[in-house]
Design a protein. Structure first.
Length: 222
């Protein structure tokens, strides 16, 4: 089957089962950017705990810029790798101030996905996934953050070669998946990965994507 047709079919089946969820703006862009940095190498519970303590300790991002990396690290300690993240947060906020003149990312609204991604990933500590999250959730741009679930499902379904990196996965999926599906694809693939296509002991017997899944076909044959 043509890869784009296959991606479209998978997208439709995911929507039929989980809904066509349109992402809603969760936080202001700067907040989302910092939150995503905090999310690196940790779970949602620890991420939000660190974020809430950070905002409680330093209510404005201007205050964050004024404190030392050590003090900032204490505030976000629950996120893990807090020293690295404190350095990244301060460096990122400083770069935004230097380039824009204030802590504001609203200029990304008028940029194309490619331009906005390049701008964000040029910031210290901001990779393609972080940029995609900010652009998708804050600006409604058609880009697909690739977390561990999206990456795993993409390989098992045969949407990408097995050896594909996360960064390359995002590029390939955005070229393959219909633009109108991008908005729901991240949410639905993450949900499917958590509930059905688990990393260990996937529930293939109840999966509605069986006929489109390379992993299932190979497992059944073997």
């Amino acid at each position: 089957m043509n890869l784009k047709r296959k991606a479209n079919l998978i997208c439709k089946r995911l929507i039929n089962n989980y809904g066509d969820k349109i992402v809603e703006r969760r936080f202001e862009p700067i907040d989302e950017l910092v939150l995503t940095i905090l999310s690196q190498n940790t779970n949602d519970v620890n991420m939000f705990r660190a974020y809430e303590n950070l905002k409680k300790t330093y209510p404005t991002w201007e205050e964050v810029l004024q404190v030392s990396e050590e003090d900032l690290g204490v505030a976000i300690k629950s996120s893990g790798f807090f020293r690295v993240k404190a350095k990244r947060i301060k460096a990122t906020l400083s770069e935004v101030i230097k380039r824009v003149g204030k802590l504001d990312l609203s200029h990304l609204e008028e940029m194309s996905v490619k331009e906005a991604t390049e701008w964000l990933t040029s910031l210290h500590g901001v990779g393609p996934k972080t940029a995609a999250i900010v652009l998708l959730f804050c600006f409604g741009k058609a880009t697909l953050p690739v977390d561990t679930h999206v990456w795993r499902l993409s390989k098992r379904l045969g949407l990408i070669p097995k050896e594909t990196t996360r960064e390359k996965t995002q590029i390939l999926l955005e070229e393959t998946i219909p633009k109108n599906c991008i908005y729901s694809m991240n949410y639905n693939m993450v949900k499917h990965g958590r509930e059905i296509c688990k990393a260990i002991k996937p529930l293939c017997e109840v999966c509605f994507l069986q006929t489109s899944c390379d992993f299932f076909q190979k497992t059944t044959i073997s």
